[in-house]
Design a protein around this ligand. Structure first.
Ligand SMILES: NC(=O)c1ccc[n+]([C@@H]2O[C@H](COP(=O)([O-])OP(=O)(O)OC[C@H]3O[C@@H](n4cnc5c(N)ncnc54)[C@H](O)[C@@H]3O)[C@@H](O)[C@H]2O)c1
Length: 385
């Protein structure tokens, strides 16, 4: 196969936030082109968005149902290869299932579905079809994060014993949902966001980052969820103690009412020999801390990081490999995997290094457990089993 992969999109119209980021990320490495889309719940906005993205009229659809039906009937050398689903959480499962049913690969934003059961149904469908799904947990796409994961796996720090992950934002410090802000409105509405607010929106990123870098799984947690802004319907703040499957202990903090904070996700992790620290607002730096020697700073793009980080780095040292590049790493590895499979080849470990259905299921388990524990003062530990 010697062409770009053809991407369709559900959501991501001119009325949306993250869809534009997905397109920038998808196009960064010249592996993918936009072929079609149903870009909005509002058909007029879908059509005007498609026009502004210079798509032919007959590839811009009024509903995603129409899109999957019509695209599936197009000749193989015209129809899309995969769809990116960038809608609010309650519009994830149906288009994802419809895409898989019609033979299309899927990129989907987090949390993967509205309920855990839906995520399990997607897993079953993926197993039946052999199609590929990528879940855009952006933070696992950063080169320094990939280097951190490789160093933990190599045993540089010894057995991991302690993990701290924090994700403070401040943008929901006031009742933004009452001002008509669309992103705030659905995120604070249980019918559209799901059973968690802040924990579903950004707690899932923190949880995935901790499991991704450590290679460990949370087995139990104890949590407190808070609704600080009066009359808000879902948590806007919370914290969890976590127990991992190797005996390590962790603390996760996620909040959207930390007034003045931007997007300060940060992780620290310690074994018996040393530890690491990474902060996404300083993304090219990974700190390595040692019991028996001074703290080291290793930097992206300098040759100080390993092969996996290098595979996910585009620019020489000193140029921040930021949010868009991290997002693009998910798209590139996904597209390399899909292309290899289309060509009858076995994808390499570097190609397969993107979050997928298992991360999605773990995320939905995390949401279930953190909500179950978060308002319960009687039971201390809730198990993931
Ligand atoms: N990975 C990340 O870092 C990250 C960041 C932000 C948002 N997200 C996730 O991305 C998703 C979208 O978030 P957002 O902030 O862009 O939301 P948004 O409200 O800005 O945009 C949602 C888009 O989906 C469209 N839409 C809704 N229902 C539709 C339907 N039935 N058919 C077609 N289009 C439909 C809307 O018209 C809009 O274009 C959410 O799941 C969110 O959790 C992920």
């Amino acid at each position: 196969m010697n062409r770009k992969l053809r991407m369709g999109m559900v959501g991501g119209g001119t009325d949306a936030f993250i869809g534009a980021i997905h397109r920038l990320a998808a196009f960064m490495d010249n592996q993918i082109e936009l072929a079609c889309g149903c870009f909005s719940v509002d058909p007029e906005i879908s059509i005007s968005s498609g026009k502004s993205y210079f798509l032919p009229e007959d590839r811009v659809y009024k509903t995603y149902q129409e899109m999957f039906e019509k695209e599936a009937k197009l000749p193989e050398d015209e129809r899309m290869d995969f769809v990116s689903i960038v809608t609010p959480n309650f519009v994830h499962f149906a288009p994802a299932m419809m895409a898989l049913d019609n033979g299309f690969n899927v990129v989907i934003d987090k949390p993967i579905t509205f309920t855990l059961d839906e995520a399990l149904q997607l897993k079953k469908k993926l197993e039946e079809t052999g199609l590929t799904l990528a879940l855009t947990h952006t933070y696992s796409g950063y080169p320094a994060v990939k280097d951190a994961k490789a160093r933990v796996a190599n045993g540089e720090f010894g057995t991991i014993r302690r993990i701290y992950v924090e994700y403070p934002q401040g943008w929901l410090s006031s009742k933004l949902e009452d001002t008509g802000n669309p992103q705030a409105s659905w995120r604070t509405d249980p019918k559209r966001s799901g059973k968690a607010g802040c924990m579903g929106d950004i707690g899932t990123h923190a949880h995935q980052l901790a499991e991704y870098i450590s290679g460990l799984k949370v087995t139990e947690l104890c949590a407190e969820l808070n609704v600080f802004v009066p009359n808000r319907l879902l948590d806007d703040d919370g914290a969890a103690f976590m127990r991992f499957d190797n005996g390590a202990k962790g603390v996760l903090m996620a909040t959207q009412i930390a007034a003045g904070e931007e997007n300060a996700i940060k992780i620290r992790m310690y074994g018996e020999k040393g530890g690491l620290e990474w902060n996404q607002m300083e993304p090219n730096t990974l700190w390595l801390k040692w019991v028996d020697r001074p703290t080291e700073m290793v930097r992206v793009g300098t040759g100080q990081m390993g092969d996996t980080a290098q595979h996910n780095t585009r620019t020489p040292g000193g140029h921040p490999e930021g949010y868009l590049e991290a997002f693009a790493n998910i798209y590139r590895n996904f597209s390399l995997t899909v292309r290899a499979k289309m060509n009858g080849q076995e994808p390499t470990a570097d190609m397969l290094d993107f979050p997928g259905i298992e991360d999605g299921i773990r995320g939905m388990q995390f949401i279930d457990k953190v909500v179950e524990a978060g308002y319960n003062d009687d039971v201390k530990w809730i198990s993931f089993d």
